[in-house]
Design a protein around this ligand. Sequence first.
Ligand code: ADP
Ligand code: MG
Length: 394
Amino acid sequence: MSSALTTSTATGTEAVEPAIVFDRVGVTYGNRRKSTVALADFNLRVAAGETVALLGPSGSGKSTALKALAGFVRPTSGTVRLAGRDVTNLSPAKRGIGVVVQSYALFPHMRVHDNVAFGLKAHHVPRNEIGTRVTEALEMVGMGSYAKRLPRELSGGQQQRVAIARALAIRPGVLLLDEPLAALDAQLRQSMLGELQQLRKALPDTAMLYVTHDQAEALALADRIAVMRDARLVDIDTAHNLWQQPATDFTASFLGGANLLPSTVKHVSGTAALVTVGEHTLRAEAPRPGVGRPDWAPDADAMLCVRPHTVRIVPLTERDALRGTVVTAVWKGAATRLHLSVPGIPVEFTADVPGHTELSAGDNVGVKFPDPAGVLIPPVIGNASAAADSEVRA
Ligand code: ADP
Ligand code: MG
């Protein structure tokens, strides 16, 4: 693989490497008798100023990818590069990366100021600069007036702000965050998410890799989302594209809990398709063929991805309404989640309707899919390494 790849920027095309490159990185833990492949053929490029979220279920290899970049685990194969420099075998401290983890990892006996200054000393920042740099970093996270406190005198959210300040103090070109909000309660998580968005704006040149299993965090923060499953990157695109046109059934269900209705393609014209789902004919969006995406031929099997919030409950008498039965109804505050069965549709599916409904199991309701009902997805999981290859070439 050539190391001088070309990236286009707003000002023109330059021969510079992105801030972060994972090039065919593999990580295997353990020994010959018992080993775990935690990362396989992992390829990812993050540009300066870009935020990429690594999104996937627990155990999918997200933290391992981040640790391989930070230098906390040594890849079994492949290379990691920072702005074109191969750092695969460099010690963590020499990589100049800011790292924030879920557990804050502050030194309990050190005051906030000293916690933040610690990394600066390790990076040999001149002593007369340290005070200013600490203040600057603490102010970026709204903790300027807490410098003299001990970690135990702070709330969880404040401790995480200090951990972020400590990572920022070294003015890293690359910031890695591993589930930084996971230990916080729901309300605090929401407000910290807003603060992280502000922080991104304040650091327009920093490349960020944000590990999370929470799709809401990924959607709120990332320019692009890399979806991981079983040690592999299965999908990568802008948040918007992944949501609108997920390329795999895994991404469709992991990002937004989509309904996947087995369907058969009847007719395609441009990006508009007519499909049958069981005994029903529905209009669907057919994304243009691409990596992992087939040419939608007539009679091809497909999955119709229907977002739960787009399914409507209407009076049984409404024209064109399907007749459905409520299987379960669970009120979730802002919405009620209904599981529905409709004769002629081979699987049960989910609808999220606003607010509280009086509906309960066994009720008959009118059901309407939007028009088009959803977007088509290949019926089996696409070739994961094909998706990863496209990332190298992109
Ligand atoms: P995630 O962050 O997505 O939850 P991880 O990268 O932590 O996933 O883990 C990926 C896989 O590697 C999991 O199967 C996990 O059990 C395994 N693993 C992680 N760290 C180690 C380790 N130090 N030794 C052995 N196996 C590990
Ligand atoms: Mg993890």
